[in-house]
Design a protein around this ligand. Structure first.
Ligand SMILES: [Zn+2]
Ligand SMILES: [Zn+2]
Length: 427
C-alpha cells in the first residue's frame, strides 16, 4: 500500500447544529480551514479558535453567514489566502458588511479585518485544481445557491469530501450538484433535512402559486419573507413562470434587490437565464418608502428579507397585515429554532416591541429547500462510498444528525457518526 499521512479533522463548529460551520483539516505540519461561519441567534456564537500556524488557506464554500460570518476574525493576526468562486465573494462582500452593521460590536472582528480578508481573496473555478503547499483541492458546484461549492481535498494519499450545503435537484435558479465518484477516506456531509424528503419541486411550485393567487383574488397582500440570497430570486422566477408577475404587482425589497443585481451580473451561474431576466423586467424593486405604502394598499406580492423574520424590511409590511384575514404570510425557507419565523409558524404568535400578537392573517409554509432531502443525501453517499470510509454528519439539528449517522452506518456498513463541536478524528 502507498504511504499515507495521518489526517486530522477537527469540527470547530456546526456539529449537531445549523450554524457556525467550520472544519479544520491538518496533516503533521499544516492545514486547511473549510468555512468559518457564525451562528446568529439572539447572541452570535462562533466556531472554536484555530491558530494561523495550523493552516495555510481557508476555503469558503458559499457566502451564507453560517459558513462565512466569522471568517474575518481569522484576519486579526494572519493573512492567509481565502479561496472560493467569484460569485461567492461578490455576495460575501454584501452580507459581511450587513452583518457588521446589524451586530453592533458583538463580533470578533471589525471593518479592518474584513478589509484584510478581502485583500487575500483568491478566486477559483469549478473543477480546476488548486494547490496550497502539498494540499490539493477542487471545488464543484453544490447546487445550493449560485456559485456555491462542495470541496474535494487530496493530501498525502488521503481524500476528504466536504458537501457543505448541497442540493442535487434542479431548481429554476440553479442546477443540481453533479456528484463525482470520489471514494473519500472521510465524507463530511450536511444533514439539514436528513429526516425528510421534500415534495417534488414542480408540484410545490404549483401549490404555492395557487395559494398566492387565492390571496390576490381576495384582495390581500401575499407577504413572502425570503432570504436575500437565492430564495427571493427563485420565488420571483416561479411567479414569472406562472404569469403572476404580469397580472399583479410583485415587489422586491431590501437586500434581495442588491443580490438580484449581482446574479444579473453573473448570469452564467443561473440555470434558467431567460426566465430570470424576464422576472426582473416584470417586478418592481422598492426604492422609496412610498412604494411600500402602495404595495400595502393593493393586491400584491411582496418578497422581502429577513427570511426568518429576524429583522429587515419585512417589518415594514408585517405589522400592517397581521389583522387582515385576506392577506397571507408565506414562508418559503427553513425556520431555525428560536427565530421569530419559527414561533409565528408553529405557535402562531409574533412579538412586536413588548406586545405578543396572535395574528389573523393566513400563515403557511412551503418547503422550497436548497438542501438535499433524505433520499438525495443517501444517494450522494451511495455514489461516493468506499469501504472503511468515515462519514461525519454535520450541519443538522442534534436529533437529525445522530439519527442520520445511525442510518448511514446500518445502510452502508461504514463508520458514520455525528461529531460534537471540538471533536478531532484521525483518518
Ligand atoms: Zn447555505
Ligand atoms: Zn449552511
Amino acid at each position: 500500500m502507498d504511504w499515507q499521512i495521518m489526517l486530522k479533522l477537527t469540527f470547530l463548529g456546526g456539529a449537531r447544529e445549523v450554524g457556525r460551520a467550520a472544519v479544520h483539516l491538518k496533516d503533521e505540519r499544516r492545514g486547511l480551514v473549510l468555512d468559518y461561519g457564525v451562528l446568529l441567534n439572539e447572541q452570535p456564537h462562533f466556531p472554536a479558535y484555530v491558530s494561523p500556524r495550523e493552516y495555510d488557506a481557508i476555503v469558503l464554500t458559499h457566502p451564507h453567514l453560517d459558513h462565512s460570518g466569522d471568517a474575518p476574525s481569522l484576519y486579526t493576526t494572519s493573512k492567509k489566502p481565502i479561496l472560493g468562486t467569484t460569485l461567492t465573494f461578490e455576495i460575501f462582500r454584501v452580507l459581511i458588511r450587513d452583518e457588521l452593521k446589524i451586530s453592533r460590536g458583538n463580533l470578533n472582528f471589525g471593518r479592518k479585518e474584513v478589509k484584510k480578508l478581502l485583500r487575500n481573496i483568491v478566486t477559483v473555478n469549478y473543477g480546476a485544481e488548486n494547490k496550497v503547499g502539498r494540499w490539493s483541492f477542487y471545488l464543484f458546484s453544490s447546487g445550493h445557491i449560485p456559485g456555491s461549492s462542495y470541496v474535494l481535498v487530496n493530501v498525502g494519499g488521503k481524500r476528504v469530501m466536504y458537501t457543505s450545503d448541497i442540493n442535487t435537484i434542479n431548481t429554476r435558479l440553479v442546477r443540481g450538484a453533479v456528484i463525482r465518484d470520489v471514494k473519500p477516506d472521510a465524507l463530511i456531509i450536511e444533514s439539514t433535512y436528513a429526516d425528510t424528503d421534500h415534495p417534488p419541486r414542480k408540484e410545490l411550485e404549483k401549490e404555492f402559486v395557487v395559494k398566492v393567487l387565492e390571496t390576490l383574488a381576495d384582495g390581500g397582500v401575499a407577504l413572502i419573507p425570503a432570504f436575500s440570497v437565492s430564495r427571493a430570486q427563485e420565488i420571483l422566477m416561479i411567479l414569472e413562470h406562472f404569469g403572476v408577475t404580469r397580472k399583479y404587482p410583485v415587489y422586491v425589497d431590501g437586500m434581495a434587490r442588491i443580490i438580484t443585481r449581482i446574479f444579473q451580473d453573473y448570469i452564467d451561474y443561473i440555470a434558467e437565464q431567460g426566465l430570470f431576466l424576464d422576472a426582473l423586467k416584470h417586478s418592481k424593486f422598492i426604492n422609496d418608502p412610498r412604494m411600500r405604502l402602495k404595495a400595502l394598499k393593493e393586491p400584491s406580492v411582496v418578497i422581502s428579507p429577513a427570511g426568518m423574520l429576524q429583522g429587515g424590511p419585512v417589518y415594514e409590511y408585517l405589522p400592517y397585515l397581521l389583522d387582515k384575514e385576506e392577506s397571507s404570510v408565506f414562508f418559503v425557507g427553513y425556520q431555525i429554532e428560536g427565530t421569530p419565523g419559527r414561533r409565528l409558524l408553529e405557535q402562531k404568535i409574533i412579538e412586536l416591541g413588548d406586545k405578543t400578537i396572535r395574528p389573523s392573517l393566513r400563515i403557511e409554509k412551503f418547503d422550497f429547500s436548497s438542501h438535499a432531502g433524505k433520499t438525495q443525501l443517501l444517494e450522494i453517499i451511495e455514489k461516493v462510498k468506499k469501504e472503511d470510509m468515515y462519514v461525519f454528519v454535520v450541519h443538522g439539528e442534534e436529533k437529525k444528525a445522530i439519527g442520520f449517522a445511525e442510518e448511514v452506518s446500518s445502510t452502508f456498513g461504514v463508520n458514520a457518526l455525528a461529531p460534537v463541536n471540538g471533536d478531532t478524528f484521525t483518518v
